[in-house]
Each structure stands twice: as C-alpha cells, then as structure tokens.
Design a protein around this ligand. Structure first.
Ligand code: ATP
Ligand code: MG
Length: 590
C-alpha cells in the first residue's frame, strides 16, 4: 500500500548533521558512510531505533551509505539468534526508507573491487530498490585487525602483559607501569603468535597498547587490545582463540569499511582519544573516520538495557523478547506499531548532547497519529452484556452502512448487521450511574453507533446476581434518514449483533511498569505492573473474520488493535496496540 505517510519526513537538523553537512560541502570524503554497530548479545530496543534512524537517516539525506555491522568481538555472549533478530529488526525499521541509502551491502552483491587505500570498497554494486540489508561483521576483519596488532608491536607500541585481570585493573587505577611493558619487539611478537596459536590459557596473557601509564583519562593507560578466549565464535567458528577488545576492533572496523562518521552514545566520549590514537599510531592513509557522540534515549515506564530486558525474558516475567509489552523493536512491532511511527518518534525527539528522559507519551502520540490515519474502524465488545430489543420480531434483520475510516475519503463502507439480540460492553451500562453518565441506565436512552436510539426497560438478573440481560426497546424512527433522525441523545455506544458476532481472543496490554523510572533505585522488577496483561474473549463484528496481519483496526470507542501471530484458522488473536486516549495522564489528573 502506498500511503502518504510513507513519504519521507523532512530531514531534521542537529549538531551531528551539521558536522556531516560541513564535511560533505568541504568534499572531505568521497562518500558519507555511517554504520549502526550492535553487539549481537540481545534483541534491539527502541533506544537502538534512535541510533538506526540517525545513522541510516544521515546516509539517506547525504547520498551516502550506512552499514549494519555486527560488533561481534565477544563470542561468549553472542549468538546467531541475535544476529538474525537484529537483521530482521533493522530491515523492518528502515523498510520504505532504505531504498535511498545507495550501496547497502545486499544479498548476492559480492563486494568486488576491494581495496582502495587499504580499505575495502563495498560500494561498487548499488542496492536494487527494496533490497534487504545484510549485516557486515567485525569478525570478518579479524585477520586484518590481527595484522594491525602485529604492526603496533613492530612499532614498539604494544606489548604482551602477563598480569591477570585484577592486577591490570589495579595497576591502571593507581597509574603503575606493568613489569612487562618494556619487553623487546621480538619477545612480544613471539608471545603474541603463541597466544594466537592457543598455547596459553585464558587470562594468562593480554596484548596492551603502550600509550601511557598514568594519563588522566584512564582509558589511555596502556589499554587491553587483545585477550585470550577459548570459545567458539558464532561467525568465525574455532578459527580464533584470541579476540580484539571493543576499542581496538571498533575504530579499525570503521576504518576498514571506509566509515566517515562513527556515531555512538555519550558513554563512548571518554574512549574517543583511544579511537583516534589507534588510527594515528598505525599511520593509516587518510581520511580517517571520526567519532561523534549523542545522548542515548531513555524512556519513562520502561527499562532499556539488554541485560535487564534479558532478565525479564529469562525469568519469564514476559513471554519473550517480542512480548508486546517489551520496549524491544520486535515487541513494539508485535504490538502492532508501524515502522514509520517509530521513525517519526525517533526524528521528533531529536539528537542532543545531554542525557534526558523522554516521556513515553511522546511515543504513544506518534503511534496514535499513524494509526488514526490508517486504522479500519470496527465494532467489537470486550466484556459482553446481552441486550434484547423486545419490540422487534425474533427474525428482524437489517444492515447499516458503516464508514471504514473517516480519515480516509476513499476508505469506503461496510455492512453491519442489526438484529433483536445484541451485545454491548459492560462499561456502557450502570444500574446506579454517577452524574454525567451518558451511557445506558435503567429507564435511560442511548444511541447505537450507526443505528437507532434504544431505551433500557428492564434489568434481568442472573442467579449469581450479575446481569443476565437488559430488556430494551428500540425507536426505529431514529435512524439516519428516519423522521426522528435528529432526536437528541447524549450518549453513543458500540455494539454487535449477538447472532452474527465472532469471538476473538483479545490481549489488553498495558505498561509493564507502574512508575516512570522503574530502575531509579536499581530494583526495577519490584515495579512490574501486575495488570500489564488482561486477556478477554471479545465479540466482534463479522467483517473481522477476514482480518489480516497487515491491517490495523480501531475497535470504536476502545483502542487500536492488530492481529497477533498466534492467530490460527478459527481463532483470532488481537493485541491492543494502544488506547484511543491517554488513560494514564487522565488517571494522574484525578
Ligand atoms: P544496552 O546498553 O542497552 O545493552 P548497548 O549500548 O550495549 O545497549 P550495542 O549493541 O552496543 O548496545 O549498541 C549498538 C549501538 O546502539 C551503539 O552505537 C549504541 O551507542 C547505540 N545505543 C544503544 N542504546 C541506545 C539508546 N538507549 N539510545 C540511543 N542509542 C543507543
Ligand atoms: Mg554496548
């Protein structure tokens, strides 16, 4: 479907885009190249969405390219499950948006014409429109990164250290020189080769850059650049038993891929001198990539680190990474949110240098805005109460024309059957209503959406004291076009014909946490919302039998819904994507 909402949003402006624009104008690089570099040790969350939109957005706006790169240098925590989910999530998020990022590495497009200035040129083949993004892997560069380490050793800028992790930590903290700092180049080369050949146990040796013993920035105090790990790697198998550290692998992967602007979150600001030192020390041909930092996204009513999200999954506090209550991209998608709503959110919040907390209401607004435009209106009753219209014959049948989407003039209409027995929502009837209750009450009137005014004549109780049925009368002159069409009636409620309604399992999701900052005291699990999921069997208008996963629905007067993948033939499952109004804001004003 080609919807106006698919048109690219106007490009935002921020301090990083200003830098890129300046560099582009000065002709500093042949092409602007950015990258999004997740570690495949968990599923992506909405914070990553901000980074994806920034990096792919800049590539798109400046006629450049953006690489999805698995930052896979720590095999113990990584897994192909995560590689696959990350790749799927990125593709979903940038679909309809990526075609303009020329030269994405795509399936089947072999990176020919490799080395340019010692770098791989990945951009000879340009991505066909709609092509899927395929990941790059830092681990594909292990050979080159190893060679760079050897070069550093040869230059006297790296040494093999025999201290264990605690000793190294302590020496670095207190600004003391490692006793192995002045080993000869030959000895270092020999030891590093033997590390690579698997002659040493884990933790016995590391390779460290020889920068400074006591620099004010602790990251510059002879940092580790290689360590021994006798662990198979999900991508390189058993080829290696030494792995480069993040700081060493990252700048070099950027360099190898020809990245120009390496954009990351603020916590890496203190690593930037090391990033620059490594590239400078190796005397690499210019131009070099540069690192820029922005504030990460923090969102109210959720937690946003892979480690904490993993706890929720492992302790079965949610149904999985893609539980619709999770702030993961896969969870948000499963809830029924469109990628463009997430992109609009990411654009709207902007890019700054200052850490802050974004109200989840901003995300909710982007979701509602999108769904309001495209959702098909449907009648569905979540907690059914039976209505019997006593002045109609048992076989009375009529169909109303109902507008599919008032926001879409081309959206058309559908037929909604009307009969003697209906269901309405329990919320829309009160025996003893408070003032200003304009829904149904004993002796009161209400209008049925698309239809007539009815009046409640009698409440029939069940044996358990609940309501068995409401016996009502209908005024058939009050329909659109009827003589009493204009008769005033303050409330309008939704309903379905009892004999035509179809059942659906409806999952009513709410916020996962009850407080705006669940992890403020470090015990986020204490603030889990015990009512974050309620499951009901709803009565739905018959047209929903043809519901499809691509469509979105507004159950009128209730909320937006999307079909869940748990749907099976004869068993519909809907997820509540978001309520129509912000119930939480209302709650707080009370
Ligand atoms: P987490 O802290 O949630 O475990 P991470 O930073 O370890 O995430 P990575 O896989 O290293 O996750 O992140 C990939 C990229 O996404 C990095 O460039 C990182 O800076 C960025 N990123 C991670 N979290 C956020 C966030 N909340 N907001 C914006 N960007 C983020
Ligand atoms: Mg990280």
């Amino acid at each position: 479907m080609n919807h106006p909402a698919d048109a690219p949003s106007p490009a935002p402006s921020d301090f990083i885009r200003d830098v890129v624009a300046g560099d582009a104008q000065a002709g500093k690089y042949r092409k602007i190249v950015t990258r999004f570099p997740p570690e495949p040790n968990g599923y992506l969350h909405i914070g990553h969405a901000k980074s994806i939109c920034l990096n792919f957005g800049i590539a798109r706006e400046f006629g450049g390219v953006c690489h999805l790169r698995m930052d896979d240098t720590n095999p113990a925590k990584e897994d192909v499950e995560y590689v696959d989910s990350i790749t799927a999530d990125v593709n979903w998020l940038i679909s309809g948006f990526a075609d303009q990022c020329l030269g994405l590495k795509v399936k089947g497009a072999a990176p020919e014409g490799r080395l340019v200035d010692g770098r791989q040129d990945f951009y000879l083949g340009e991505a066909p429109a709609g092509a899927a993004v395929e990941p790059f892997y830092a681990s594909d560069y292990f050979d080159q990164i190893y060679q760079f380490a050897v070069q550093l050793i040869r230059q006297g800028k790296a040494f093999v250290c025999d201290m264990n992790a605690e000793q190294i930590d302590e020496y670095r903290r207190t600004g003391k020189a490692s006793p192995f700092r002045d080993r000869s180049v030959e000895e270092n080369l020999d030891l590093f080769t033997r590390m690579k050949n698997g002659e040493f146990p884990e933790g016995s040796h590391t390779l460290r850059a020889k920068i400074s013993v006591d620099a004010p920035n602790i990251w510059m105090r002879d940092p580790l650049i290689y360590r021994i790990r006798h662990v198979e790697h999900h991508h390189t198998g058993a080829a290696w038993c030494i792995y480069p550290m993040y700081d060493f692998a990252h700048c070099l992967s950027d360099y190898i891929e020809g990245v120009t602007h390496s954009i990351c979150t603020l916590e890496f600001e203190v690593h930037r001198p090391l990033y620059d030192w490594i590239l400078e020390a190796l005397n690499l041909p210019r131009p070099l990539p540069h690192q820029y930092e922005f504030a990460r996204l923090n969102l109210t009513y959720t937690v946003m680190s892979k480690r904490k999200l993993m706890q929720l999954v492992n302790e079965r506090l949610v149904s999985g990474w893609d539980d619709p209550r999770m702030p993961t991209i896969s969870g948000i998608r499963r809830r029924g949110v469109h990628a463009r709503a997430l992109r609009d959110f990411a654009y709207h919040i902007g890019i700054t240098k200052y850490d802050g907390l974004t109200e989840v209401g901003v995300l909710d607004h982007a979701i509602r805005d999108d769904l309001n435009r495209i959702a098909l209106r449907k009648l569905a009753v979540l907690r059914p109460v039976k209505i019997v219209l006593t002045n109609l014959d048992a076989d009375y049948f009529e169909e109303f024309d109902a507008v599919n989407n008032p926001a879409d003039p081309q959206g058309g209409t559908r037929k909604v059957p009307f009969t003697r027995e209906l269901f309405i929502d329990a919320d829309d009837f009160m025996e003893v209503p408070p003032p200003k209750y304009f829904r149904l009450r004993p002796g009161g009137e209400v209008r049925l959406k698309y239809g007539y005014i009815i009046k409640c004549e009698e409440v029939v109780k069940a044996a358990d004291g609940g309501i068995a049925e409401l016996r009502c009368t209908v005024d058939l002159t009050t329909k659109r076009g009827g003589v009493n069409e204009g008769r005033k009636c303050k409330g309008t409620i939704h309903w379905v014909s009892a004999s035509h309604a179809i059942d659906a399992e409806v999952r009513l999701y709410d916020r996962l946490f009850t407080v705006p900052e669940p992890d403020a005291e470090g015990n986020f699990k204490a603030h889990l919302n015990p009512h974050s999921l309620e499951v009901v069997t709803a009565k739905c208008e018959p047209s929903l039998a043809a519901a499809s996963p691509e469509e979105r629905y507004q159950f009128e007067r209730l909320a937006y819904f999307a079909l869940d993948p748990d749907t099976k033939p004869g068993h519909l499952v809907f997820n509540r994507t978001i309520t129509l109004k912000d119930a939480w804001a209302k709650e707080q004003k009370k």
